[in-house]
Design a protein around this ligand. Structure first.
Ligand SMILES: [Zn+2]
Ligand SMILES: [Zn+2]
Length: 144
């Protein structure tokens, strides 16, 4: 089933985005890097490579590891995306979108790195960092 196209923008509006979710849910990442980057769990919508930005000249891309970059608006600082570079897979910050339609919180990853002082109430799939990395390796990606 094709998901509905989403549209959104950063806080100042200099960057706009349209994309179609690749999966019918929002994912939370609790890893230490995501929390340091965004101040809390990263809430993202995986949209694959079919992502169209406006105001691309206002986007800065920070290479946070050998296999990923994180994008933000250089005018207002809004976090825009995590991109898994080997697959060119964008996970767009859920908060950018005006309306996320029927998407629900469906998966939590790096659950083993989540601090004890918050929990999401939804009953979701939960994966440890080791499980996420093992899945990616099984899919053919390398990390060392
Ligand atoms: Zn902005
Ligand atoms: Zn993370």
């Amino acid at each position: 089933m094709a998901e509905k196209q989403l549209s959104g923008q950063c806080l100042c509006g200099a960057v706009g985005v349209t994309a179609t979710p690749a999966r019918p849910h929002i994912e939370a990442c609790h890893c230490a890097m995501c929390r340091r980057w965004g101040g809390g769990a990263f809430l993202g919508v995986q949209c694959g490579e079919n992502v169209v930005f406006t105001g691309e000249e206002h986007i800065a891309r920070y290479p946070s590891s050998d296999w990923a970059e994180r994008g933000f608006c250089i005018k207002c600082g809004s976090n825009l995306f995590y991109r898994f570079t080997p697959a060119n897979n964008y996970s767009l910050t859920a908060g950018l979108f005006d309306d996320t339609g029927d998407l629900t919180l469906g998966e939590q990853i790096f659950i083993d790195e989540k601090p004890g002082w918050y929990d999401f109430a939804q009953d979701t799939v939960r994966k440890t960092g080791a499980e996420v990395i093992a899945e990616a390796k099984d899919a053919g990606f390398e990390f060392d």
